[in-house]
Design a protein around this ligand. Structure first.
Ligand SMILES: [Zn+2]
Length: 139
């Protein structure tokens, strides 16, 4: 390892491994105004910027941008009475399920009609206030 002799004001301070000089400069142990000499040099020279500490590493590129959160599924329904917004509504069909089953058992044709009638009369009710005045607007 190359040893570098350091001198200040004509007085030798000591010799240090060449690789350590930038660190010593950074620590203030060795000054840029000091002189240095190493084997093979004809003269002592001012350290100056010869052993500048390496420039700080440039900042790493920012980590990949945060994934954009998916927008929430828009709320589909809004109650015109209480303003409640929701994706679900309380469904209410006319008639009743038991009656539907009985009709089916008695006569599948009538049962089918009954089912169709119930589906056709299905109402969307507000889950909050029970109002049937719901929009079906997609927001
Ligand atoms: Zn409501």
């Amino acid at each position: 390892m190359v040893q570098v002799h350091i001198a200040r004001s004509g007085v030798q301070l000591g010799k240090y491994p060449e690789a350590d000089i930038p660190v010593l400069i950074g620590a203030g142990t060795v000054r840029r105004t000091d002189h240095y000499w190493k084997k093979g040099m004809a003269y002592w020279l001012v350290i100056g910027r010869t052993y500048d500490p390496p420039a700080a590493a440039p900042p790493l590129p920012a980590a990949s941008a945060k994934p954009v959160p998916k927008p929430m599924r828009p709320l589909r329904y809004e109650c015109l009475r209480c303003g409640h917004k929701a994706n679900t509504v309380r469904e209410e069909k006319p008639g009743n399920f038991l009656m539907e089953i009985c009709t089916w058992l008695a006569n599948p044709f009538v049962g089918g009609l009954y089912t169709i009638t119930r589906e056709a009369g299905k109402k969307a009710l507000c889950v909050n206030c029970g109002s049937e005045h719901m929009t079906e607007e997609v927001w």
